[in-house]
Design a protein around this ligand. Structure first.
Ligand SMILES: [Ca+2]
Ligand SMILES: [Ca+2]
Ligand SMILES: [Ca+2]
Length: 419
């Protein structure tokens, strides 16, 4: 505590001697104020950037361990930028007595890292969550699939909520907390609706776990089918007799595939992060497919996609022209499905994989810091310059910073404060 105060005192002097004569609002000299005196603790969180570009409005996945002083339901968590100027939007996907799984929107994830503050320790605080603020307007849908039953909620402002069909097992662990498990023998899928949602560029991503490879094509997420067209689809295609599946992200146009296919096949029984991007304005490599954060393959196909009036589905494709009207069911677990209306960058995708795959390698906690006592930012009186001179120790007695904080500001006439 003493050393902290002395450091701040040096800061106080160095700024003040540059000030013109007159009165001074002392609060303004502290560049790194305690954000809010109602909160008893803060801790620095440093997030490493896996790539080489700054990511704007990046939703960072952070596992926050429970700390003494926190509310047991984590209602008192708050996050701010390093300078305290911005309170950051966050969404708690899940919590228990050990930790909370949280998405925090980072305005600018700089290279090689960025630091933010996490505040906690306020028994009176109610939840500060703002999930729709975490997912910027390029996120069309975000499904954490953490529900154990009923509606599968979209965390974005678009509210593209899903309805499960035919006994989807919703109470299962995934890559990030809860997920949903699908048995193709029971024709299980999730209907997201929005048959009129037509995107130009897009990114489709999911964490996937195949219970078994082979069989038929297995849909992950798709915008459905009519006649000889499917608007878009991300799915697994079995390789004959190999026991492995390749992955494709594509349009189906007049009964022909237009898209990209993985150069490697995936085995069952493993989690993988799959991302397909389509850049509507690119004239080459407009399709890209990423596996586990790495570009696996790209392809150029400039044939435009055909809009269909079929629904968006998870774990199947909806067909307006076939009976039954869903087919190609997934077999296994799906988690964290997202649709965006921009082609996400390679660095964005690498970051998204890395923060889940190696959380402790990308998120560092700096240790709990209790609120200083007396709290420094509470010094709000405007003082005349002659008093500031005395407080600054431009005097024979040269009082220490700690002494000044505790005594001279409140009572400049006290012993040791006078010239
Ligand atoms: Ca509470
Ligand atoms: Ca999840
Ligand atoms: Ca679930």
């Amino acid at each position: 505590m003493k050393s902290t105060l002395n450091i701040l005192f040096v800061l106080f002097i160095s700024i003040t001697i540059l000030m013109p004569l007159g009165s001074l609002n002392i609060t303004s000299v502290y560049a790194d104020n305690w954000w809010n005196d109602e909160w008893a603790y803060r801790e620095q969180i440093t997030i490493a950037n896996a790539g080489t570009t700054i990511l704007i409005n990046y939703p960072a996945y952070i596992q926050v361990p429970y700390k003494t002083g926190m509310q047991t339901d984590y209602d008192d968590l708050r996050f701010t930028t390093a300078d305290g100027a911005l309170v950051l939007d966050y969404e708690i996907e899940y919590f228990d007595s050990t930790n909370a799984h949280i998405w925090v929107r980072i305005p600018s994830l700089t290279v090689p890292n960025v630091s933010i503050w996490m505040y906690y320790g306020n028994d009176a605080a109610t939840s500060g969550q703002n999930p729709t603020g975490v997912w910027d307007s390029n996120h069309i849908g975000v499904w954490h699939m953490s529900e154990n039953s009923g509606t599968i909620y979209d965390s974005t402002i678009n509210n593209i909520d899903g309805t499960p069909f035919n006994g989807v097992n919703q109470n299962i662990n995934g890559a990030i907390d809860g997920a949903d498990s699908f048995n193709r023998n029971n024709s299980q899928y999730i209907n997201l609706g929005r048959n009129n949602l037509h995107l130009s560029s897009l990114t489709v991503s999911a964490w996937v776990y195949m219970t078994a490879a082979g069989g038929t094509d297995k849909q992950i997420v798709s915008k459905g089918h009519r006649g000889s067209n499917t608007e878009w689809e991300l799915k697994a295609i079995p390789q004959e007799n190999s026991g492995r599946d390749i992955i494709t992200f594509r349009f189906w146009v007049n009964n022909s595939a237009r898209g990209v296919v993985s150069t490697t096949a995936l085995s069952a029984g493993q989690w993988h992060y799959l991302v397909g991007t389509y850049n509507a304005s690119a004239t080459n490599n407009n399709f890209k497919l990423y596996i586990d954060g790495v570009l696996n393959n790209s392809n150029t196909n400039l044939t435009p996609k055909t809009q269909t009036d079929a629904n968006i589905s998870i774990a199947a494709v909806h067909s307006q022209s076939m009976t039954p009207n869903h087919l190609q069911y997934w077999n296994g677990v799906l988690d964290e499905i997202r649709i965006s209306d921009v082609p996400r960058s390679a660095d964005w995708i690498k970051q998204s994989y890395s923060m889940v795959n190696d959380q402790s390698g990308y998120v560092a906690f700096g240790g709990s810091i209790p609120k200083p006592n007396p709290p420094l930012p509470q010094i709000k009186r405007e003082l005349p310059m002659d008093q500031i001179s005395r407080i600054l120790g431009i005097s024979n007695s040269k009082p220490t910073g700690e002494f000044i904080q505790n005594n001279c500001i409140e009572d400049p006439e006290a012993e040791g404060c006078k010239q």
